[in-house]
Design a protein around this ligand. Sequence first.
Ligand code: ATP
Ligand code: AMP
Ligand code: MG
Length: 190
Amino acid sequence: MRLRVVVVGIPGVGKTTVVQASAARMRGGRLVTFGSVMLEEALKLKWIKHRDELRKMRVEKQKRLQKIAAERISKMKDAALFVDTHLFIRTHEGFWPGLPFEVVRALKPSHLVLIEAGSDEIVARRSRDKTRYRDTMTKHELESELSLARSFLTVASSLTGAPILILRNDEGKVDKTVNKLIAVLKEARA
Ligand code: ATP
Ligand code: AMP
Ligand code: MG
């Protein structure tokens, strides 16, 4: 079975960290970060310079990049493709879906994986990570994003028929999170 694992979760929860390690552990594993594909297109168009400027652009422009990224990723035929992406984006125009129907249909997920962590841990991870310009948020706002993520996730699952796996990425326990994901995927492929 060809695996197309779409990994989502709110910013700073640890998606990229977990997915990098997971893709390396699967035969035929490849990681694609949806935001990196969007950024490549935005750089070609000279719209922005940094990935954290993407969500600050007008939604109409973000939609154009989102569509191109989904098309490019839909052509990747790896045995185990991990797509590192977002269920929704906090834009100036409101929460905007990362996986609207056309996008999730193009990605054809075999599995939907939501990464979660405690709100205090996420706040700490965001502030420790100096490579990114993450939004500062209160604990309350962050908790409402964690809950919003589950709502968006159920929609993506209903649209595609892909099962949902919710993984807790506890502090200092990346290996444990990765092991749980790999165990499920190896079983699915067995
Ligand atoms: P974004 O959506 O903004 O790309 P992300 O979900 O991909 O964020 P990462 O970049 O993987 O998040 O992780 C954010 C920070 O948290 C990084 O500095 C990473 O090293 C750290 N981190 C990830 N998982 C854990 C963990 N289980 N324990 C401690 N630190 C972690
Ligand atoms: P990331 O490195 O995963 O945070 O991706 C960088 C940026 O790309 C995000 O902050 C979003 O602005 C954008 N992005 C990622 N995935 C999607 C998606 N599915 N739809 C729209 N924008 C996305
Ligand atoms: Mg990331």
